[in-house]
Design a binder for this molecule. Sequence first.
Ligand code: NI
Length: 250
Amino acid sequence: MQLQMQTWAEVEGYLETSTMAIMPIGSTEQHGPNGLIGTDAVTAEAIALAVGAATDTMVAPTIAVGMAQHHMAFKGSMTLRPATLIQVIGDYVGSLAHHGFDRFYFINGHGGNGATIEAAFQEIYTAHSLGSHGGENAPSVRCQLRNWWQGPKMGALIKQLFGDKDGMHATISEVSVTQYLFPEHIKSAPDMGPPEPFRSRWSDAADYRAKFPDGRIASHPGLATPEAGKQVFDLAVAEIAEEVAAYAQG
Ligand code: NI
């Protein structure tokens, strides 16, 4: 159930039975030699839409540009400043809360968004706690963050499929999911050699590029396949659908 494909009257009807919204959030950033720049946004959106269909839950428009300053030394990457992303999340949630939604389940495709999303949740809660969001009697909202690749059985599946080569960025698993979802956009993988082991974290974009010259971190996405992507996608949807159903009750 995609918000953008409903009429206002249909949303009004939905709110009589549920006040929950799934919020896909990703990033628009380089994903190594053969990964799509939209990887984190398109995977989060596709998983969110499948979870929404499985659980009859409304899916909000995807926040497709995230906090990706460290990828800005690669062409095509885009970023919001952390403070901007906090405001964007606040206004997405605030708009829907205005209509009566009160549970927001964020399906995230980009690890680098994590700290900013959590900070955004605290800003939203703080506005309620201080009575500055619609006054003291404004109904409370609850927000949940779920990275799609971190389900209880996902680690074992990724290990079984890719051994220890999945890595931390431009992972085999996420590139495989995009190959499954968008076979018309599979890129031929250049000979990228085995992954460099992860040595240290990065600071700004120049530092990131110096440490990870082709963009990936400890991953070997040349091994990605659409078949593996289907397995990863299906498990993510199944695990998250179960959690969304529980969140709606809790
Ligand atoms: Ni990614």
